[in-house]
Design a protein around this ligand. Structure first.
Ligand SMILES: [Zn+2]
Ligand SMILES: [Zn+2]
Length: 340
């Protein structure tokens, strides 16, 4: 089959790789669409993948083959793919299967080979059937929305003013879901005008270029007392300080972006003075993916405005260099097998 693999000396390369043999507990899925995630970019840019590894985890496809002992949905079912979990450890029983340390197998994020390929081989527990009325493009990007939903769920109660820092895919998805859940006002900080426009389409009440002069004063005039919740989705380290300064008394600051280098909090006492709660979110659950797919079926969520680059798989190595690594793309969606 054809796949895009990571090569230590050349980065992403489109290659012919061996076809899969399906063991008795495994399921073969023909990939329809796949999104290119910020974490794919981090892993490729940092060279944190094995030579010959196939990345890619934002997958929609169709089950085409099952091992004799593989349970779950039947052949022909349209599915999304998420990691496994044990279902029995303290984290799983507490509804935090994304933190399962016992049986966490992932496809395309450093463990099992992923979906930048014609086929992906997974375990039945990884399959989430796609509801009627959701197309393969939206379904592939349900996980991006689920990551945003997970960050919002990590912050608990469901009301108040919110600031989203960074209008990449996760930040924009957060804006949309905050709107569905009834938060307000919703403010987005994002330097790129085209991304601010998507945020308005998704329901943001105000958007700002955070580099402009006096933005923080303007924002505090709109939201007196500061923000109940802030979601840091930009990866800009200085935003953690800025978020604490813009937080309301008892406000929450949730770090959604993954930061890989040391971080300095310039004035930690500000966290004390307002009892700001600093927290972080990681990944998402099956239930959160199902919720996002259901919102898509109801017409409340639509990933398509996020797609800036719609390309066949073989173009990924070029798109990576020209559009992803340069920060020009919002969301890259790849076409592989038959779309639905
Ligand atoms: Zn992702
Ligand atoms: Zn577990």
């Amino acid at each position: 089959m054809k796949a895009v693999v990571f090569r230590k000396d050349r980065g992403l390369v489109y290659e012919e790789v061996p076809d899969y043999k399906v063991a008795e507990d495994e399921v073969l899925v023909r990939v329809a669409n796949i999104g290119f995630c910020g974490s794919d970019h981090s892993l490729v840019a940092a060279g944190m993948l094995a030579d010959g590894y196939i990345p890619g985890h934002e997958i929609s496809g169709v089950i085409v083959k099952k091992g004799a002992k593989a349970g779950g949905p039947s052949i022909g079912t349209r599915v999304c793919i998420r990691p496994t979990y044990c279902g029995q450890c303290a984290n799983c029983l507490g509804g935090k299967e994304q933190l399962c340390r016992v049986h966490r197998r992932t496809a395309g994020i450093g463990d099992l080979p992923g979906g930048f390929a014609e086929y992906v081989k997974v375990y039945p527990q990884m399959l989430i059937p796609i509801p009627q009325g959701v197309d393969s493009r939206n379904a592939a990007l349900a996980e991006t929305f689920a990551s945003a939903l997970h960050a919002i769920n990590c912050t608990g109660d469901k009301t108040g003013s919110t600031l989203v820092m960074g209008g990449g895919p996760i930040g924009l998805c957060a804006v949309r879901i905050l709107k569905i859940l009834g938060y307000g006002p919703i403010v987005l900080f994002e330097p790129v005008a085209a991304k601010r426009e998507i945020a308005i389409l998704y329901g943001a009440d105000h958007t700002f270029d955070p580099r402009e002069k006096d933005v923080d004063q303007q924002v505090l005039a709109l939201v007196p007392g500061g923000f109940h919740k802030t979601f840091e989705c930009s990866g800009v380290k200085a935003n953690i300080d800025r978020a604490s300064q813009l937080a309301a008394d008892g406000g929450q600051v949730c770090i959604v972006s993954m930061i890989f280098t040391p971080l300095t909090i310039a004035a930690p006492f500000l966290l004390n003075l307002k009892e700001v709660r600093l927290m972080a979110s990681y990944s998402n659950t099956h239930a959160e993916n199902i919720q996002c797919l259901n919102w898509m079926a109801e017409g409340k969520l639509d990933a398509r405005p996020l797609i800036s680059d719609d390309e066949p798989l073989e173009r990924l190595p070029v798109i990576y260099r020209e559009r992803i690594d340069t920060g020009l793309a919002v969301k890259v969606l790849l076409r592989i097998g038959e779309e639905f």
